[in-house]
Write a protein that binds this ligand. Sequence first.
Ligand code: SF4
Ligand code: SF4
Length: 361
Amino acid sequence: MGPLTKIYLIWLVGASCDGCTVAVSGATHPRVEHLLAGIIPGLPRVEIIHTVLSVESGPEWVANLFMAEAGQLDAPYVITWEGSVMDETLAGDGYWMGLGEDPETGRQITSLEWLDRLSPGAAAVIAIGTCATWGGIPAAKGNPTNAMGVMDHLGNDYRSAFGVPVVNVPGCAPIGDNYLETAAAVLLFLNGLAPLPEFDELGRPAWLFGETVHRHCPRAGYYEEGVFAEAYGDKECLVELGCWGPVVQCNIGERGNLDGHGGCMQMGGICIGCTMPGFPDKFSPFYEAPPGSMLSSTTSRVVGSFIRRMREVSKTDKNMSTRWTEDAPSGWARSRTGPRGAVKTVHRFYSKYQHSKESYN
Ligand code: SF4
Ligand code: SF4
């Protein structure tokens, strides 16, 4: 398709709290400003047509959508949809998501109608946030508006004008960098400079959502050693306070929330599974230990308490220089620092075994 010097990003909104927009506007890898300025090598300059951030408003703003549909924009466009898709057939004489009027008839046009009209010609459709990807909170049990994700609405046969299925970047709110990094990777593909990045079977960027949050959680070591927080503010693993991290695909553990800072467990919060299609119903009631966690946390507690003690013993030895025989000659020491008695004997044998294969022995 490339080389492209410019691409339009048409940002449409359904049942949304604008949290995704807030998350993206604070992203740093890459930054929105850098995309808008067109200073990222290999990427076209992005011109954004956004329901909140654009300078134009009213009919002047909606005119962009008519031009996109008529093929009158001077560059291809990518659609990003934020918020759930609500079923307009249930809105009676009204509508759930209005977005402009037909200038000739004055008829109200909905966001959903724009999605239907513009998605066939889009270079790509990216759903941002859990509402747009899977339905999210508006699609929770009861669901009076029959809310759903973009993929549900467009169907599994949907392909963009360039053959790309719906791309899903979930999270409530998502990590802004996850969205912009994915969008940048798709733009590189559209520009003909890179293959289509790898997506999983649900259209999530595989390199971002392939691991559980638990695997990269800063508290995972506590879980392994069977030490669990009893109250918020404790530093240990939060599983017994209701953390679902072991079964949730999310990368906030390694990426943080904003510019490497923050994140759920980093800030003392449990994982409630906000990136997952089953959110929120399948993770409720929130703040109660997942029933299945009892088996694994009990096992960790039993095995971990033994391992933890062994490590303490080993740590004592590793804190001793080979010059020191009994205790460290430290003025800071308030008690003995070196291993004694049976522990010392264990270390002697351990050390012999550890170094037995070294050539200078
Ligand atoms: S706090 Fe949650 S994600 Fe972190 S180690 Fe514990 S269970 Fe896993
Ligand atoms: S750790 Fe859990 S609650 Fe936090 S962002 Fe990831 S999926 Fe959502």
